[in-house]
Structure formats: structure tokens, C-alpha cells
Design a protein around this ligand. Structure first.
Ligand code: FDA
Length: 312
């Protein structure tokens, strides 16, 4: 119920207009979003790098309404790549195709993505294409496989979501292509016709896909805060002699910073997804929707961190 309510709220732009300057909403947002400007995001990246953590920078904003907005978003990504390069930051970028005009025209989206990927290649960087709701899955994978990946195999990667029934087959396809995959559980409201409704099934599909990617994939990103899954990834790596430089853990900005630091101390690679920008509202709602106890969890994770810091 709560999940559906937050996911419904994520689509209500008029509520965003109302909460944009609300102090409580902003303080929640500050926990998950690295500010509204590129400068504030770059500061967050520098702080992560100082903790031994790499980053993936995401300019918040979903489906754009016209070509000019899509072009602007594309230019913002080129500036991000340039600034990360100048700063010698250990970070790449994450992009949503709908923010690059996918809903307006596939050709427009491809032209913009080629510009971003060409700059990423020049900066020896990498662009992760986030996965959106299931109505975009096939289009996103087709565009990447047919029109982006062949030209930039070293610079572009995909995201697969374990809540979808189709995902194990997509994992196998990505392995054949040698494409880099970030594996996550999935953050959108999906019908039972395409996605597992039960968390236990999402989790077991995650583990099945993760094993396959760790054994045969190209440097998979294990994107989760789920301690049981992280423990399983470590166990599986050890059992199969998969060294810690063959995969990376990924988490969201502001979530389980204690666990992020612990993994770094244990010698694992850790990347944090750093969203920034003025369009933080739908992102924040999806974070709150992630599980019914999420609002309470927000408070809980802050307490855990404070206690952890006192113990060390
Ligand atoms: P799960 O939801 O089962 O949570 C496990 C535990 O993690 C919780 O019990 C809690 O301790 C902690 N936790 C989880 N979410 C939290 C939160 N918001 N605040 C505080 N604690 C939290 N999705 C998508 O559809 N497309 C995408 O492209 C991406 N990209 C992406 C990148 C990265 C780096 C990450 C980490 C995640 C994504 N996601 C995503 C989001 C993902 O699909 C999923 O919704 C969240 O990661 C939550 O799922 P967990 O795997 O953490 O497990």
C-alpha cells in the first residue's frame, strides 16, 4: 500500500511544486541527493573518492517534453564528463534515455547519446544507462545493443532489474555480448504480468542472476544494500576464486554509508550513485517507496551510522 502510494506520488508534479521549498522535504532530499548544482555534486564525489569510493553521477530529470529540453540535458552530461575529467575524479555518469528525448523520438535520443558517448570515450570514461519502468525495457536494450554498444563497447553499460521475469534471459544475452551490467532489484511499480510481486522471488532471482554475472559477466555492478545478498556475493566470490577486482558493489548516495565504508575496508570495490539537480522529487519518492518501513528506515539508518561511528 505505502509503496504504491509513494510511487503514485512520484508522478505528481504538482505536489513537487508545492514541496520544492518545504524544509522537511528538502532535508529528506538532502540525505539522498547531492544538492541541486553540479558544483555540489562534484564536492560529494570528491568526498566519496577520499573515502576510497568511486561514483556515478546522475543529473536528475526524467522524460523531457521537447527537443530543446533533451538537447540541454545532453549538454549538461557533456559538461559533467568534462568537469569530472578536469577534477581527475574517480567517477562515471548514469543517464536515463527518457531524459535524452526517448519519448519524443528515438533518433533524437540516439544523436544525443552518441555525443555523450563520444565525449566519454575521449575522457576514458563510462556511461551507465539506467533502466526505467518495464514499458521501456525492450526499447532501451534494443537501442543499446543495436545502436550504441557496437560503436562504444568500452564506454556504455546497461542495468537489469531482478524483479522482472525476463531478466535472467537478458543477463545471458548481456554475457554473450560481453556488455557490462549493473544488477539491481528494480524501483518502479510493475504489473504482476511482468514482475515478481513477492520480495522473496525478487531476491532469489537477484542471486541467480548475480551468480551468473559473477562467473561469466564483464565486471558486473552488484547494486544493492541487501546485507544477505552482499554476504552471498562475498561467499560466492571466495568459493569460485573470483578476485575482488572482477566486480564492484554499488549503493545509492546517503544509504548505508556504514556498509559502504566496511566493504572498502574489507578490500572490495564500491561505487556510489550520486544524483543531483533540481528535479529531485520523483527520485526521493522512489527511495521512500522502496519498502513499507522506508520512512522509518531513514531515521534508523542515521541512528545505526551514529552508533557505528561511536563504536569505532
Ligand atoms: P531492498 O529494497 O530489499 O533493501 C535491502 C535493505 O537495504 C533494506 O532492508 C534497507 O536496509 C536498505 N535500503 C534499501 N533501500 C533503502 C533506502 N532507500 N533507504 C535506506 N535504506 C535502504 N532501480 C531501477 O529500477 N533502475 C536503475 O537504473 C537503478 N539504478 C540503481 C543504481 C544503484 C547504484 C542502486 C544501489 C540502486 C539502483 N536502483 C535502480 C534501485 C534498486 O532497483 C532498488 O530499488 C534499491 O536499490 C533498493 O533495493 P535493495 O537492493 O537495496 O534491496
Amino acid at each position: 500500500m505505502l509503496r504504491s502510494a509513494f510511487l503514485y506520488l512520484a508522478d505528481q508534479q504538482q505536489i513537487f511544486k508545492f514541496v520544492r521549498n518545504n524544509r522537511l522535504a528538502k532535508s529528506f532530499a538532502n540525505r539522498f541527493v547531492a544538492g541541486e548544482t553540479l558544483d555540489s555534486a562534484l564536492t560529494a564525489v570528491a568526498r566519496l573518492n577520499a573515502r576510497g569510493i568511486t561514483a556515478s553521477l546522475d543529473l536528475l530529470g526524467e522524460s523531457v517534453h521537447n527537443e530543446a529540453e533533451a538537447q540541454l540535458a545532453g549538454e549538461a552530461y557533456i559538461t559533467m564528463l568534462d568537469r569530472l575529467h578536469e577534477q581527475k575524479a574517480d567517477a562515471n555518469v548514469s543517464v536515463k534515455l527518457t531524459a535524452m528525448g526517448l519519448d519524443i523520438s528515438e533518433d533524437l535520443c540516439i544523436v544525443i547519446m552518441h555525443k555523450i558517448l563520444a565525449r566519454a570515450r575521449d575522457c576514458s570514461s563510462f556511461v551507465r544507462i539506467d533502466m526505467e519502468s518495464s514499458e521501456y525495457t525492450q526499447r532501451t536494450l534494443d537501442l543499446i545493443e543495436q545502436r550504441l554498444y557496437p560503436a562504444y563497447p568500452q564506454n556504455v553499460g546497461i542495468v537489469l532489474q531482478s524483479y522482472l521475469f525476463r531478466t535472467f534471459a537478458d543477463v545471458e544475452r548481456a554475457i554473450l555480448l560481453k556488455a557490462r551490467v549493473r544488477l539491481c532489484k528494480g524501483a518502479y511499480k510493475e504489473p504482476e504480468t511482468v514482475a515478481y510481486p513477492e520480495k522473496k522471488d525478487v531476491d532469489s532471482n537477484y542471486i541467480r542472476c548475480m551468480h551468473e554475472l559473477m562467473l561469466h559477466g564483464n565486471y558486473p555492478g552488484i547494486a544493492t544494500h541487501d546485507e544477505a545478498i552482499i554476504k552471498e556475493a562475498k561467499r560466492f566470490a571466495k568459493e569460485n576464486s573470483i578476485s575482488s577486482d572482477r566486480f564492484e558493489f554499488q549503493m545509492l548516495y546517503g544509504v548505508r554509508r556504514d556498509l559502504q565504508d566496511k566493504l572498502v575496508r574489507e578490500g572490495y570495490r564500491m561505487r556510489v550513485y550520486v544524483p543531483f539537480g533540481t528535479q529531485w522529487y520523483p527520485y526521493l519518492m522512489r527511495r521512500l517507496a522502496e519498502r513499507p518501513a522506508n520512512v522509518a528506515f531513514l531515521t534508523g539508518s542515521m541512528v545505526k551510522e551514529m552508533v557505528g561511528r561511536r563504536r569505532r
